[in-house]
Design a protein around this ligand. Structure first.
Ligand SMILES: Cc1ncc(COP(=O)(O)O)c(C=O)c1O
Length: 397
């Protein structure tokens, strides 16, 4: 029997609350469809989505090129595992490597960001024969055992008790703290190059360079968790290799979120040197590299190219920064591209709520004073005008 249509917000809320674990504080809307930067609810309202469903809708909601690729693949073959070759997987890995920094030459596909980070740490341990991993204060890397143990942000690590041993903590932006934390048994240093959940924190370019040099000196694997910053979000394909990070390229980049435009997929991009330490059966996943996800990855990268989204991100970043100068309650705009943190003098949560009342979705962060914007990369100047007008209105109330 087919499920019955639920039109009313109250009906959907009641059923979800009855049958779903209450793990998220949800916004009071039922998302039914989407197009570009817009989300439409089941009662016919539309919301400007400046959060992109946790930074996932990079190409915008339901980009036709991505939707057609997924449909076309679904009609041919939904899935077969890594035990067979696949044209969809061949295309996705080739395309992803073609946009990656040149020293990253191999992909490993998995299903999520936390999995990508777990696999990256394991690759580093295999490549070095060492065990420990240094990560940074306020970084977020996921919720599975090893990734949550690497997450020194708020209560997360505590939630993952008992933690995986061998995780060391340093201060983001402070190379001295890395020197103090490190010993001979460090396999990897892993960081979010822009700490998103912490309130969009970016370090000085010299910090990334110093990390690269430190890793080279001590044979440590440098891992960039680009789950949020990757796939065009900063106005370049990756944070790695860009000016904000002094053009530093790590040994491994991890990806997820917008990589499949909403189809779950994660990836590790690795150097030739790392890949030389990995043998058959060292790594595996049932779903990673499945055909639907691979079709989504290729089409996502193509859509970003076809629509000139990287240039768009750079253009609208400049525009949003300029327009936000008119809003004096915004005391700082942090971040890069379309990963932006708007800092207010006081708690920003009431502003988040008031914007939602005006049908604009923004993101909060673990810094109560910072609202995050992680919109689709196709955001236009007109969308920004709408946002700034609404923001100006709600902060004056
Ligand atoms: C920087 C970063 N790394 C890792 C993760 C974990 O990704 P996932 O939720 O796909 O496991 C997230 C999720 O928010 C993230 O923001």
């Amino acid at each position: 029997m087919k499920a019955e249509r639920m039109i009313d917000l109250k009906d959907v809320t009641a059923v979800e609350e009855q049958y779903q674990l209450a793990t998220y504080k949800k916004m009071p809307l039922v998302a039914e469809s989407g197009e570009g930067v817009w989300i439409y609810t089941n009662d016919g309202q539309r919301y400007l989505d400046l959060y992109g469903g946790h930074a996932v809708a990079g190409t915008g909601h339901c980009h036709p090129h991505v939707v057609n690729a997924i449909k076309g693949q679904a009609e041919k073959l939904l899935f077969y595992s890594n035990l067979v070759y696949s044209e969809a997987r061949a295309h996705a890995s080739q395309k992803l490597i073609s946009v990656a920094p040149k020293t990253l030459t191999k992909t490993f596909f998995c299903n999520s960001g936390t999995e990508a980070n777990e696999n990256a740490m394991r690759m580093a341990r295999m490549a070095t024969g060492r065990e420990k991993v240094i990560t940074f204060d306020s970084g977020f890397h996921g919720r599975t055992a090893d990734a949550i143990s690497a997450t020194f942000l708020g209560k997360y690590r505590e939630l993952g008790k008992p933690n995986v041993p061998g995780h060391l903590r340093a201060e983001f932006g402070d190379i001295e703290s890395v020197r103090v934390a490190a010993d001979d048994s460090v396999a990897a240093i892993m960081l979010e190059p822009i700490q998103s959940m912490a309130g969009v924190r970016l370090a000085e370019p010299s910090f990334y360079r110093a990390l690269r040099e430190f890793c080279d000196e001590h044979g440590i694997v440098l891992i960039y968790d680009e789950v949020q910053t990757g796939i065009g979000r900063t106005g370049e394909w990756f944070f790695a290799g860009g000016d904000a990070g002094d053009r530093v390229v790590p040994d491994i980049i991890t990806l997820a979120k917008s990589l499949g435009s909403g189809i779950p997929v994660g990836a590790c991009l690795v150097t030739e040197k790392i890949s030389s330490h990995i043998k058959e059966n060292d790594f595996g996943t049932t779903f990673g590299g499945g055909m639907i996800a691979m079709a989504a990855v290729t089409a996502t990268l193509e859509a970003i190219e076809m629509d000139g989204m990287l240039a768009n991100v750079r253009g609208v970043e400049a525009y949003i920064r300029e327009r936000l100068r008119e809003v004096e309650q915004v005391v700082a705009v942090r971040g890069k591209g379309l990963l932006l943190g708007l800092e207010f003098a006081d708690n920003a949560r009431p502003i988040h709520e008031a914007l939602l009342d005006r049908k604009i979705i923004t993101g909060t962060s673990s810094d109560a004073k910072v609202l995050r914007l992680l919109p689709p990369l196709c955001l236009s100047k007109a969308d920004i005008d709408l946002f700034v007008e609404s923001l100006s209105f709600v902060v004056r109330r």
